[in-house]
Design a protein around this ligand. Structure first.
Ligand code: SF4
Length: 469
């Protein structure tokens, strides 16, 4: 049926519309007209998702002369994402019929973007149950330096350390000249995988690339709110986008979780092992291929942005919201050389260890932590800020295959970067015992984000309309 919402003709794929849905659509339209943000409440189970989708898709179609708005619909769980895509599919079929009856073609494209774990079709990788292992295996097949290495040794028979073969689904995708090849339609996870299998193309990279030309993208909150992945996945979205956060009551938690870091004794020990492994690799690289270290050094002098080219497949996490000007800066001299950086991390870990030995529960602000670490360990704020990205640079330079095995050190570096970037909205808490076993020493350090606005603010600033519902 067609509903008139304040002068806008909205195609609605059901025979009946509740008064609440009608009112809700009126408010969504007001938000879009004003090009502002909105906070809209509607009880669950009253058809909120379809009301939103129907209104925004109709709004877009009516504004075709202007630059079309892209709808980014964020939900929290896979079942919620699948439900939204089902509704979108229903709506799109309605448009197929409606436009078909007028002799017009429907060129709408809507799709799901989710993790490699849900989209991978390479049998050697997709059988893994743990998402981090899938990411890591995919990375080892598609990282730019692995592929370069394969090219270098191709045609050299019997070379002993020739890297394993890549992923043909990725190679096929990468060799396409025009990548705008997902035809119009609505694609759920299964549809994307079917399409990928039929064309022998990786559904994950297809979907990531389709973000730039799809009308509607449905994905997880984390792709926009977690700064460690948002920069990688959502960097290219234009300001002319409407972002919807469904089940908005979850936002606070997601924002806070994505910026909080927890360290315990085991993680610290593992991080120390990670440093030792990296030191060994460093001496190896120095003996075999010193030019790689020199290249890295030069890139770091230019700034982090320069050092992080080639990253569309190199899925190593990006920095936790480093301001743009910092990315342009040269990496501080005392952590530019690999061995200096590793020694710096070692000293930082020693300091963390002394904190974990505290017999009482302690709580302090980032400012007090930074003052203390400067006085007692001569570690300054600036190099700490760069730790997260500096680590990723070293992992790339060393061409590390299994990045998940460095997750402990990554956590430590994230803590260093976050605590030195934000002086407000965080608290560092050390608890010597776990509540469940109050007599056994089991220290835990939590860098707790207390202010959800830190993660959501860049999203509100960046997009024309953000609707939390
Ligand atoms: S490129 Fe795609 S299909 Fe290949 S391993 Fe990675 S996610 Fe799987």
């Amino acid at each position: 049926m067609i509903v008139n919402i304040d002068g806008l003709e909205v195609l609605f794929p059901y025979e009946y519309i509740y008064p609440e849905q009608y009112l809700y659509m009126l408010e969504v339209k007001k938000c879009l007209d004003a090009q502002g943000h909105g906070l809209l409440e509607m009880p669950s189970g009253t058809g909120k998702t379809i009301s939103l989708l129907a209104l925004i898709v109709a709004y877009n179609r009516s504004n075709r002369s202007k630059k079309p708005l892209k709808l980014i619909y964020c939900s929290r769980t896979i079942p919620e994402i699948e439900k939204a895509i089902e509704e979108l599919n229903k709506l799109n079929k309605c448009y197929d019929e409606y436009l078909g009856s007028k002799g017009l073609k429907n060129d709408f494209l809507g799709l799901v973007l989710t993790s490699r774990k849900n989209l991978c079709i390479n049998p050697k990788v997709s059988q893994e149950k743990d998402g981090r292992v899938v990411d890591s295996k995919c990375f080892s097949l598609t990282a730019s330096y692995r592929r370069r290495k394969r090219e270098d040794v191709s045609g050299v028979p019997g070379l002993s350390d020739a890297p394993s073969e890549g992923c043909r689904f990725f190679e096929n995708f990468d060799s396409l000249e025009s990548k705008t090849l997902v035809p119009p339609g609505v694609y759920s996870i299964d549809h994307l995988k079917d399409f990928g299998r039929r064309k022998s193309l990786c559904p994950y990279f297809l979907a990531r690339h389709a973000i730039s030309y799809a009308n509607v993208i449905i994905y997880s909150y984390y792709y926009l709110l977690d700064p460690k992945i948002a920069d990688l996945v959502s960097r290219e979205l234009s300001r002319q986008s409407v972002v919807v956060f469904d089940e908005g009551h979850n936002i606070d938690n997601v924002c806070i979780e994505s910026l909080s870091v927890i360290l315990n004794k085991k993680i610290v020990e593992k991080a120390e092992e990670n440093i030792n492994v990296l030191k060994n690799i460093l001496s190896d690289v120095r003996m075999k291929d010193e030019s790689r270290l020199r290249e890295e050094y030069e890139a770091l002098v230019q700034g982090l942005r320069e050092a992080s080219v080639n990253r569309s497949t190199d899925m190593i996490l990006s920095n936790p919201i480093l301001p743009d000007d910092v990315l342009e800066e040269a990496v501080p001299g005392n952590i530019r050389l690999g061995e200096h950086f590793l020694n710096f991390l070692k000293r930082f870990l020693e300091f963390i260890k002394t904190r974990l030995r505290s017999p009482n529960v302690t709580q302090e602000s980032p400012a007090s932590f930074l003052k203390d670490i400067s006085q007692k360990a001569c570690i300054e704020r600036k190099p700490l800020r760069f730790c997260s990205e500096r680590l990723q640079s070293i992992l790339r330079t060393f061409q590390v295959n299994d990045i998940t095995s460095f997750s402990a050190l990554t956590k430590v570096c994230n803590l260093a970067t976050i605590i030195s970037t934000y002086t407000k909205g965080f608290s560092l808490i050390v608890e010597p015992f776990d509540d469940r076993t109050p007599n056994v020493s089991n220290p835990i350090m939590t860098l707790a984000c207390l202010d959800a606005t830190i993660a959501i603010k860049p999203v509100l600033n960046r997009f024309q309309s953000v609707i939390i519902t």
